[in-house]
Design a protein around this ligand. Structure first.
Ligand SMILES: Nc1ncnc2c1ncn2[C@@H]1O[C@H](COP(=O)(O)OP(=O)(O)O)[C@@H](O)[C@H]1O
Ligand SMILES: N[C@@H](CC(=O)OP(=O)(O)O)C(=O)O
Length: 421
């Protein structure tokens, strides 16, 4: 069994769906296909959720209609006639009922997020599965909410691989198909409450499926040639990296290289499953492979920019030593508000944290104030990571006015910088 993962960009229109049908059709062995929501549907569903959450039902329903129209246009182009697969119709209806009738309780934002935003993947996989069948690729549509048992940390859940294996393996055996189509990004708690596993998390879904099914490989199909030493959307002069070991890959992903979701590597490394990054725009290209046994990259400089960062400074009003006396309390609070910290620096009494932007920032800092801390923050920051940095790069970052914090080891340089306009 191989696992293929197709992201939103690969299924953003009818031509994209046809293209993935051709890639899937070219593989003759057994395939578990993970698909994300089409194009920018997850963003659109987040927008819908916000209006719904603010009680603006009419506007939420209008946004839902735009999402429905977008998918219906793709279906119409694929089939060349008006057609609505039963499952897609059911998901439209469930979404409409939820949006029209429910009244969200204030503290349950993340729970509502998971009830609503995961529909992007449910709809996209239903269309893809139906289309594959229509072009002669028989397949089984899999509801990953029934297969991936996750933690109840809504909006950022983790897949329990062992519990999920108890569900996914028998399902795959019973269906006995060559091709399976399941959703990225979603799962459910033990008692069936829908969950999502973090934005851009479908790579992780593919890795989890690969682990559970003992796949010979996992391939994530992207719009780039493979892994590059920088984001081609930001830098002109990038080079292709044909292979990488798991350790370099997990550091790259964790630092914010969008091409691989950070949670993807661990399940694959644990079972020694190679991860291929290939280009859906040109399947003939070899792409990149992440696997064991590849030499550590000590030469090629890799530049990663993680946007949407907040730099938060925390100090206890009573001048307690921050690491010795306050660290655990601060981190318990950060965890409570589901904050993702990407870099830490401390002095005697100050703790500087570079973290992902969060909608709970005001609540968090208020809580910290109540607990006796002084706080200060900047919200318009980005985190730069350079692996195998040069002395020139170090000097440039250290000397730059808009750089607020620099940290380095022998191989890795990190800097928190005010975002360039
Ligand atoms: N080091 C890198 N190598 C390749 N692509 C990168 C890198 N860093 C960032 N990217 C970006 O990642 C994008 C692909 O990831 P993403 O859009 O999340 O894929 P998908 O949503 O289809 O799974 C590329 O278009 C590229 O702009
Ligand atoms: N649809 C989700 C999950 C995902 O992984 O998408 P993509 O594969 O397009 O990054 C998101 O946009 O976050």
């Amino acid at each position: 069994m191989k696992v293929y993962k197709f992201g939103g960009a690969s299924v953003k229109d009818a031509a994209g769906v046809r293209n993935i049908a051709s890639i899937v059709g070219a593989e003759k062995g057994r395939l578990f296909v993970i698909v994300s929501a089409m194009g920018k549907t997850t963003n659109a569903l987040e927008g819908l959720l916000d209006t719904f959450y603010d009680g603006k039902t009419a506007l939420a329903l209008e946004r839902l209609q735009n999402i429905v129209d977008f998918h219906n246009r793709i279906i119409a182009e694929l089939w060349g006639r008006p057609f609505l697969p039963d499952r897609v119709a059911r998901f439209y209806m469930e979404l409409e009922e939820t949006v029209a009738s429910s009244n969200p309780a204030v503290r349950e934002y993340e729970v509502w997020y998971d009830r609503i935003v995961g529909y992007g993947e449910l709809i996209s996989t239903s269309i893809v599965s139906e289309y594959l069948a229509a072009v002669g690729i028989a397949n089984t549509w899999v509801d990953m909410r029934e297969c991936f048992v996750t933690t109840a940390r809504h909006k950022d859940a983790n897949v329990d691989l062992e519990r999920s294996a108890e569900r996914l393996v028998p399902l795959v055996e019973a269906a006995d198909s060559r091709v399976y189509v399941g959703q990225g990004f979603i799962g459910a708690t033990e008692d069936g409450a829908p969950t999502t596993i973090g934005r851009e998390g479908s790579d992780y879904s593919a890795a989890a499926a690969g682990y559970i099914l003992g796949a010979e490989s996992v391939t994530i199909w992207k719009d780039v040639e493979g892994i590059l030493n920088g984001d081609p959307k930001r830098f002109d002069d990038v080079c292709h990296i044909p292979e990488m070991n798991y350790l370099d890959a997990i550091e790259l992903a964790y630092s914010g290289a969008q091409v691989i979701h950070p949670k993807t590597i661990k399940p694959l490394q644990n079972r020694n499953i190679p991860l291929h990054v290939r280009c859906f725009l040109d399947p003939a290209l070899p792409g990149s492979v992440i696997r064991a046994g590849v030499q550590k990259n000590r030469e090629i400089p890799i530049l990663i920019v993680k946007p949407s960062q907040v730099l938060l400074t925390v100090r206890a009003n009573d001048f307690s030593f921050i690491l010795e006396e306050r660290f655990a309390q601060i981190f318990a609070l950060l965890d409570e508000y589901m904050v993702k910290v990407n870099l830490i620096q401390s002095s005697a009494v100050n703790l500087d944290l570079c973290m992902d932007r969060t909608r709970h920032l005001e609540e968090l800092t208020e809580r910290l104030r109540q607990e006796g801390y002084y706080t200060r923050y900047n919200t318009d920051m980005e985190l730069i990571t350079i692996r195998n940095y040069t002395p020139q790069q170090l000097a440039a970052l250290e000397g730059a006015q808009d750089v607020y914090l620099v940290q380095r080891t022998r191989r890795t340089l990190q800097a928190v910088r005010r975002r360039e306009e």
